[in-house]
Design a protein around this ligand. Sequence first.
Ligand SMILES: Nc1nc2c(ncn2[C@@H]2O[C@H](COP(=O)(O)OP(=O)(O)O)[C@@H](O)[C@H]2O)c(=O)[nH]1
Ligand SMILES: [Mg+2]
Length: 246
Amino acid sequence: MAPVPQPGAAVVADWHRDADSREFFSRILHKKRRRKFSLLESPVMPPHLAVDTVHYKVFISGKSGVGKTALAARLAGRSIPSMHYETTGIETTVVYWPVKLRESGRVLFFRLQLWDCGENALRRFDHLLPSCKEQLDAVLFLFSFTDRTSFDDLSNQIAKWSGPSDRLVKLVVGTKYDLFMHSDVTEREVTRFQEEWGSPVLRTGGEVSDGLGDVAALLNGLAENLWHQDCVAASQHSQQATGTLI
Ligand SMILES: Nc1nc2c(ncn2[C@@H]2O[C@H](COP(=O)(O)OP(=O)(O)O)[C@@H](O)[C@H]2O)c(=O)[nH]1
Ligand SMILES: [Mg+2]
């Protein structure tokens, strides 16, 4: 996988705890809970605090029951469905997340459109995968700590998404970490995987809390990788442009 930035290198980690973030996070909260945004809604900032919004499309990949729908709900601050039912087609969820860039101190709203598609639907309907892949910026590869086969299958999953351009953020997320007592995957194996692929394994699990803390690491990590990818693409573009001028 392409090299990823060190966590916290580009964006301020745990910014939601700082006083200067309050104005921004208050726009994604309503009565201390996460505000729900439909496809056409966005957080409204007062004119003196207006900031840019950057848009990204993120696909959630993983076998049935691994926790794709639950992760989309968690990242949006919605409660997790306790019953598992296979997602019948594509479900999209919009998540807004304010981020402060470390170097410039600039604040941006990340608008993440999460695409969650049931595995059986993907297999049965050939047209779904191409529309999931269209203009895609990132893939989250999910495995469950309670399902060994989902962990063993990660390298296959990642290989399927390797293309010639490689302009795609790829992150691995271990779900059901709250059930670590029943874990089928050891810490040593996770560490080995991280070393082999040069990519951190993010973790998630447990009840959805009202706070921002349980999603901050994942959303900041995703935002940081997306931003890094754009910066690399922009610098390559400007190098090429300079090359043609000379
Ligand atoms: N304990 C625990 N259960 C989870 C977690 N994520 C998902 N689940 C449960 O696992 C089942 C499958 O999750 P779901 O998101 O529907 O899987 P999907 O088929 O990949 O979309 C559901 O019963 C969820 O409640 C988690 O992090 N912890
Ligand atoms: Mg689902």
